[in-house]
Every structure is written in C-alpha cells, then in structure tokens.
Design a protein around this ligand. Structure first.
Ligand SMILES: [Zn+2]
Length: 259
C-alpha cells in the first residue's frame, strides 16, 4: 500500500508523536506489568506528593522537558527514564519507517520494536517476560502477516518453530543438567518473534541472542556470572531480533560476500 501524498515531514512528525506516545505507555507497562499492577488504572501520581499527574503534565517528550524533570506541585525529581523511553519509542517508529517506508510493514515493525524494547527492559530488571506482552505480540504478528511480505504461512510456522525450539532446548537441558534452563517466557517470546518475522528469522535470532549473551557473560558479567547464574536471555533475544529485523538482509549478504 503506497503512502498517500503527504509530505515527508508529516510522516516524520506522525512517527515521532505516535512513537513517543507508545514510549510513554511503555513507561506504565515496564513499571506495572512485572508488579502485577493494572495498566489501565489508577492514573499516574507523583511519588512525592501523591498528586495525580494532569494530562497536560503527561505529554510525551514535552512535559518532562518543560518541567525539567520535576513534579509541578512539590518539585520531586521525576526519573529521566520516562523521557528516555519516550525518545526510544519515537526512535522505534522512525527506525521502522526508515527501514520499511510508510507502509503496513512499517507500522508492524514499529509496534514490534516497541514490544521488544519493553520486554528487554522488563526481563533485564526482573527476569520476567510478561505473557501479556508476548501474547499481544503473537496476535499482532499473525494479524499483520496477512498484509506484509512475511505472509501468514511463514508467520504461523515461525510461531510454532520459535516456541518448539525453546521447548526442546529447555527439555533437553533439563534432561542433561536436571534444571530448567529457559523459562516459559522465552518460549512465548520466540513464538512472538516467529509470528512477526517468519520462519527463517527464528534460528538467526536464537543464534544472535546466544552470541550476545555469551559475550556479555565473559566480558561485563565476568566474575559475577557463574554456571548457576541466570542471565536475562530474553533481553539478548530482543536485541538480536531488532538487529535481524533492521539489518538482517545486510548482515546476510555481507556474510555471503566473505566466501
Ligand atoms: Zn509531587
């Protein structure tokens, strides 16, 4: 579907605004989902003075900058992570449109990237991958596949393979080591990855996630990570999925030219 004849600045502005709004909602998700709090209510309030945050103080990007990161009523500092996630949300939307154009594929990629971002943050902080996000992702991935080059067959097979591989690895690991290596969250995450990106992305994302997790374990995590330490594997899978989505074709062709 070709984009209607609006000027490019219009699409850039739309992607920035909508992406920042999703980033703003992501702030709610990454705080409340792992704490089993409702994501629809109550409205956000200041932890300092308990005043509700008014709509005009809750405008993505602008409010935090205008208030310079302080509560309007009591001046309590508001974490910069709110602004960071709003900027990141806008970045996801702009990146998706830059890669796939103003198309349904671009919209699908934007939502997918924001989901990956939220899951990566939550898994990193809490070692949890909320099923709410991954189930939403699977449904969205399957639905979008009817309108994108991924196609519904590839999407469905990707979902099945993504879940199947992690289940098999997890089961095999349990037989070998007697402990569960990967959780149900990883199963659901890879099913979502397969639904959005199709069958062939599943092994690429798994490989990329394993490489990044290993690099982290032997560098940053050195001394802190032992054989028994759990790594937030989902975070590395999300990073790999982002890489495969935006640069997979390029990496693959570059790799082939090496031979
Ligand atoms: Zn306050």
């Amino acid at each position: 579907m070709a984009a209607p004849a609006y000027p490019m600045w219009f699409w850039i502005a739309m992607a920035t605004i909508l992406g920042a709004c999703f980033g703003s909602f992501s702030n709610v998700l990454v705080y409340r989902l792992p704490r089993n709090l409702s994501v629809v209510g109550p409205r956000s309030f200041c932890p300092g003075c308990k005043n509700q945050v008014s709509w005009y103080d809750n405008i993505p990007l602008l409010s935090w900058i205008i208030l310079r990161g302080n509560c309007r009523h009591c001046g309590t500092g508001i974490s910069p992570r709110y602004l960071v996630l709003e900027v990141a949300g806008a970045g996801c939307a702009l990146g998706a449109f830059a890669r796939f154009g103003v198309t349904i594929e671009g919209v699908s990629a934007a939502l997918y990237l924001i989901l990956l971002l939220d899951i990566a943050i939550i898994d990193w902080q809490h070692m949890i991958i909320p099923h709410t996000l991954t189930i939403c992702g699977m449904v969205l991935g399957l639905a979008f596949s009817f309108f994108t080059p991924v196609g519904q067959v590839d999407s469905f097979l990707g979902l099945a393979l993504g879940a199947g591989i992690i289940l098999a690895v997890s089961y095999g690991y349990k037989l070998l080591r007697g402990v569960v290596g990967m959780g149900g969250g990883d199963v659901m995450l890879m099913a979502m990855v397969g639904a959005f990106q199709g069958l062939w992305a599943v092994p690429a994302v798994l490989f990329g996630g394993a490489v990044m997790g290993t690099i982290y374990a032997v560098t940053v995590g050195r001394g802190k990570v032992s054989g028994e330490t759990k790594l937030p594997f989902g975070t590395f899978l999300c990073a790999a999925a982002l890489l495969v989505l935006l640069a997979g074709d390029w990496i693959w062709t570059t790799y082939l030219t090496l031979f």
